[in-house]
Each structure stands twice: as C-alpha cells, then as structure tokens.
Design a protein around this ligand. Structure first.
Ligand SMILES: NC(=O)c1ccc[n+]([C@@H]2O[C@H](COP(=O)([O-])OP(=O)(O)OC[C@H]3O[C@@H](n4cnc5c(N)ncnc54)[C@H](OP(=O)(O)O)[C@@H]3O)[C@@H](O)[C@H]2O)c1
Length: 264
C-alpha cells in the first residue's frame, strides 16, 4: 500500500514505551498519516511524540484513547495490563491488537469484551521499516498496516508465535557480539570509528545477502562465505568444536518453558 493511499483510521496506544515509540516513528517516517492517540503515561515520551509528529494527540486518559480509536494497541508490560485496562471499555467493531508477550488471545478477549482481538509481535526495528512482525489472528486492516513496517509473518497457532518470539531474545546478544568484535579491533589499534563501521557494515551486508537469497540457498550461505583453509572455515570449525552453535538451544528452551507456563 502506498503511503497516503490508505483509508484514514484512528490508532490508539495504551502504553507509550519503547515499542510504541518505535512504531509511531516508523509509521510517520514512512508517511503513514493515521490519527494517533497516546495514553498519557511516560509523560516525556508521549509529549515528545505529540510534539514531533503531526496528527498525534496525547490523550487525557486511557479511556479517552479507547473511545477515540478504531484500532487499540495494548503496549504495556504483562504486569501492567490489569491496571491499564481498569475502567476502560471497548465497543463492538473495535479492533484490539495486543503486543503483550505471554497474554493469550483468550485472555485478551476476556479483558476486551465485544471488540475483535488479535496478537502482533513487532520488534523495535519497525522504527526503520525493517524486521519480522508476527501476526496471529489479525484482520486485513492490521496486516496491511504492519506490512508497511517490516516482514509480516502470519502464524496459525499461538505456539508458533511463542517459538518465533523466543528467538527475538537474541537481539541484545547480537549487539553484544558486534560490540565484542569491535572492541577486539580497537585493542589491535584500529580507531573506534573504523572498528565500529567495519563490524556494523559487515553484519548489515551479510543480513542483506541472506534476505536476497532464496530459501533453498540458505543452508549453502556458510559454505559460500568461506575458502578452504581460510579465515572463515577456521573460525567456524573452532566454534563448532566448542559446541557454540548448539548453545542457543538451552536458553531458547528455557524461554519456551516460561512462555508455555503463561499460556497453559
Ligand atoms: N520492546 C520490544 O522489543 C517488544 C517486542 C515485542 C513485544 N513487546 C511487548 O510489548 C509490550 C510493551 O513493551 P515496551 O518494550 O514498549 O515496554 P515499556 O518500554 O516498558 O513500555 C510500557 C509502557 O506502558 C506504560 N504503562 C504502564 N502502566 C500503564 C497504565 N496503567 N496505563 C497506561 N500505560 C501504562 C508505561 O508507562 P510508564 O513509563 O509511565 O510506566 C510505558 O509507557 C510488552 O508487553 C512487551 O512484552 C515488546
């Protein structure tokens, strides 16, 4: 959908934290001009967004957000949901989109009776219109909105959503790996700027290659990026011998156990 060509909607956010900031910034920087209502908590952030972009209102209350909006996004932490929805009512035809990790569709339907509920798990990368966005039980209007902000991944079950969501637990590890390579370069006397640009640009280039390689070519990418007896083959063999590539399994299974216990 071309920016500006979409049907006008009113979007309401309950919770104006990290994810809402990334989403609102992503929408506005892509020219998506829907009216936006923000809940008043996180005063500095909600006031900053309302001042920075056109057509954004910092509402007086959570109730005022839901009364004004066609789509309502639940963007607070799991432990904050109950207090945030106290005294808030939803109407028939309204769509409630929950970002809240661990809150099942059934639980959302109880908290937001009469509305049509669905779950979406975007990442902060939506700020730059990139990254995966998991959509479960979403109507077209929601899928179309998010398709402007990254790669929509529709799933058929909440278990699939949870498994994919667990892998997002590797975002900060990715940045730490990037940082540790850049630090090593600095220790070798490379300037901070060159070390940082080199590592970030290398990973960005590799990610770009992966996104442009068809599914069937994915398993060959490692081999395509190493020369017999060369740097890459040596590093990968060393790390494989250390069991490095099996390490992600344990934290993933722990995360999945946590997610499962909150669903069952
Ligand atoms: N960040 C991610 O990468 C990511 C990815 C996928 C899903 N999620 C999920 O998305 C949700 C939001 O994540 P986040 O990272 O944006 O969290 P966050 O930065 O902690 O933001 C939470 C927001 O909720 C507000 N809030 C708390 N109680 C409230 C209430 N009673 N009424 C209205 N607003 C209230 C907070 O306001 P105060 O600052 O005033 O407390 C804050 O603005 C979480 O459930 C998270 O699991 C996050």
């Amino acid at each position: 959908m071309k920016p500006g060509s979409e049907q006008a909607m009113k979007l309401g956010f309950l919770g104006t934290g990290a994810l809402t900031t990334a989403l609102v910034s992503g929408l506005r920087s892509r020219g998506v001009s829907h009216e936006i209502y923000l809940s008043p908590r996180s005063e500095t952030t909600s006031a900053m967004l309302a001042a920075r972009y056109p057509n954004i209102v910092r509402a007086q209350s959570n109730t005022s957000v839901t009364e004004s909006s066609d789509l309502v996004f639940l963007a607070m932490r799991p432990t904050q949901v109950e207090a945030a929805l106290e005294g808030v009512s939803f109407r028939k035809g309204q769509v409630v989109v929950s970002f809240v990790t661990g809150l099942s569709l059934q639980e959302i339907a109880i908290l937001a009776p009469r509305s049509s509920v669905c779950r979406v798990l975007p990442l902060p990368t939506v700020e730059y219109g990139r990254g995966p966005i998991i959509c479960y039980s979403t109507p077209h209007v929601v899928t179309d909105l998010f398709s402007q902000l990254g790669d929509v991944i529709p799933v058929d079950t909440e278990h699939e959503l949870q498994a994919l969501g667990c892998v997002s637990g590797f975002m900060s590890t990715y940045f730490e790996l990037q940082q540790s390579l850049a630090c090593w370069l600095e220790e070798q006397g490379v300037s901070r700027r060159n070390a940082s640009v080199y590592v970030r640009s290398m990973f960005a280039g590799l990610a770009n290659t992966a996104m442009h390689t068809p599914f069937e070519g994915q398993s060959e990418l490692s081999a395509r990026h190493e020369t017999k007896g060369g740097l890459n083959e040596r590093v990968r063999r060393h790390l494989r011998e250390q069991g490095w590539f099996k390490e992600p399994t344990e934290p993933l299974e722990r995360l999945q156990g946590l997610a499962r216990s909150s669903l069952d």
